[in-house]
Design a protein around this ligand. Sequence first.
Ligand SMILES: [Zn+2]
Length: 449
Amino acid sequence: MIKNNIKVYNSLTNKVEDFVPLKENEISMYVCGPTVYNHMHIGNARPVIFFDTVKRFFEYIGYKVTMVSNFTDIDDKIIKKAIEENTTEEQISEKYIQAYLDACDKIGCCKDVIHPRVTENINEIIDFINRLIQTSHAYQNGDDVYFDVNNISEYGVLSNQKLEKLESGSRVDINQNKKNPADFTLWKKTNDIGKKWPSPFGLGRPGWHTECVVMIDKIFGSKIDIHGGGNDLKFPHHENEIAQSIALHQHMIANYWIHNARIDLSGEKMSKSLGNVIWLKDIITKYPPQAYRLFVLSNHYRQTINYTDELMQKMAIEWEKFANTYRSLYRKIELSNVSFNGQVIDLMNDFLKEMAFDFNTANALSVLYTLQKKINKDLRNKECTLDELKDDFKTLQDMFSIFGLYVLIDPLTEKEKTLVANWQLARENKDFATADMLRAKITEMGIKL
Ligand SMILES: [Zn+2]
């Protein structure tokens, strides 16, 4: 059974491990969400698509998945943008939360995902910091409250770094008020123009690293199965999340830490501050959203993808071929006026096996290609029974649903849509000769009007 045979590469141990969930038929999953001061670029969308596919796979094999992904709706970047655009931080974050949800909807993501916001969890964050101070894991010095990394023997466990190295390295900022340069800010006291809250440590704002730990506490109440995010979050963000959890709960938040690699642009790291980014909203306007999903899923999630227009165009063509196979099969069954109920064929098991071995979407995609070839052959084969075609269709639907492709399919091609629109127009204009001619053409193509 696939369910008892799942392997996951755990970033915490750097090993492929057997996946055993905490509860028998449920999975708890948390993926760090965006700081909402701008649109998503295609690199930001990679974890969104990948973890959505992981969720779909788990649901397909019978798990109930609770997935949480936060919105960081308070941050210096949001304040800066609000000043620039002469508006409020709420308006900026609301605008980009909506933009994020719209984009997710278009790429078939975020269905049933819980999205807590920092500004709705300030009391819980303050309470959490208070407990860290009471247990001597945090201290206030100067204006700010810091986490004391020296009190945690496991600090560096995720990113495989030794504290001594961090102390002398340049990756942590030097601050006179910190006991150790690796100590990180939990609360920042401030009197600036940005949004701030009263607290026992003074008027201010929480640091970034506490929100996820607090939200996981609040929503799940204990240790979870999977904590995910992009590789770039490993250090310091996830390391610091783990440190806080060890301090108060003596565990590492999740049994499995899963990190996806980045998407580069012409061999270089994409960065909003450098300006070399491609926005997701532009890509899914130019190409079908499914083509972008295929682009992401055609690579193993732990492999860096190098984005090029050529590669994206290729995926758009591949998607169109898949969609055409789907449409042809759909019409063949639809025209025979029988039910669509079929059974999955053996290839489905191959597909699930690839997904079960560390979510190898690249290999699963090659099974999908094999299925496509088989279907196209079956469609040409006059001997092929309707029952066989129905089984093909059911299998294609199921693979599409795990990859998040099926829900987004348009039953007609652009050319066909134009034809139908012209037929409607001719009817409205009472040009029955043209309407009849178009109708015959449309019916011949296997489209039901
Ligand atoms: Zn986080």
